[in-house]
Design a binder for this molecule. Sequence first.
Ligand code: NAP
Length: 249
Amino acid sequence: MKKLQNKVAVITGANSGIGLATAKLYLKEGAKVVLAGRRQEALDEVASSLEGEYITVKADVSIAKDNKRLIEEATNAFGKIDILFLNAGIAPLSPTHEITEEHYTTVFDTNVKGPILATKEALPHINDGGTIVFTNSIVSQKGFDGLGVYSATKGALRAYQRVLTSEVKSRKIRVNSIAPGPIETPIYDKMNLAQDVIEEMGKGFAAQVPLARFGTAEEVAKSALFLASDDASYINGVELEVDGGLSQI
Ligand code: NAP
């Protein structure tokens, strides 16, 4: 029996990295999947590699009306939602003395406003007993230079999730999150850093991980499957670190 047979899942940031690996796994497990991303060409490109029942929706999570439209298009296509995976995020570097208002606004709008507004729009359309999964990060537990605003967004998201867990309890909707450690995805190429700087940073991260390596998007996707499935039926309100142990030492 497939773990998500006939479930409807909406995934943001689904054209790349963790979101794409999760979309593929959800489809394999029988879900109908709405893949959302901010670039249509990227969605079209990955769509050719997908098998199963899915649609793609172009939606920028930092824009309120895009979140509303995403949920409308999802429900028009597949009816009520069972799994909402709020995964889209950006992690641009900026040491505190260089932070600009634009940096702050862009990162907060994408990483905090987006998932909160998407949740608001989706809630009336999520089945009772459904589940919401967020992608946080271990950066809210440990300090990495230059990631101040990014870390603050993930900490804010974690605080929000505690409230949401309580607010949806009467509907038996479970709210959980994943906190990845360093995971090999295109996010590092989007930080506007030179390749050698990225490689050095990567080596530095990997050296701190007890398992001494980066994780893969597929390893995170397995956790996103676990939390969304009945296997996690009594797990609610948690942040699950998928980080090779980095946050624990
Ligand atoms: P990724 O491959 O860059 O995926 C991020 C996804 O979010 C992409 O599809 C990206 O679209 C999308 N996105 C960014 N801004 C958006 C916006 N305004 N509207 C809609 N979609 C938007 O990186 P990833 O590593 O898989 O990241 C997924 C999540 O994991 C993020 O929340 C990130 O903070 C978190 N995370 C990652 C790591 C890691 O080491 N990789 C560690 C901890 C947490 P584009 O392709 O257009 O950029």
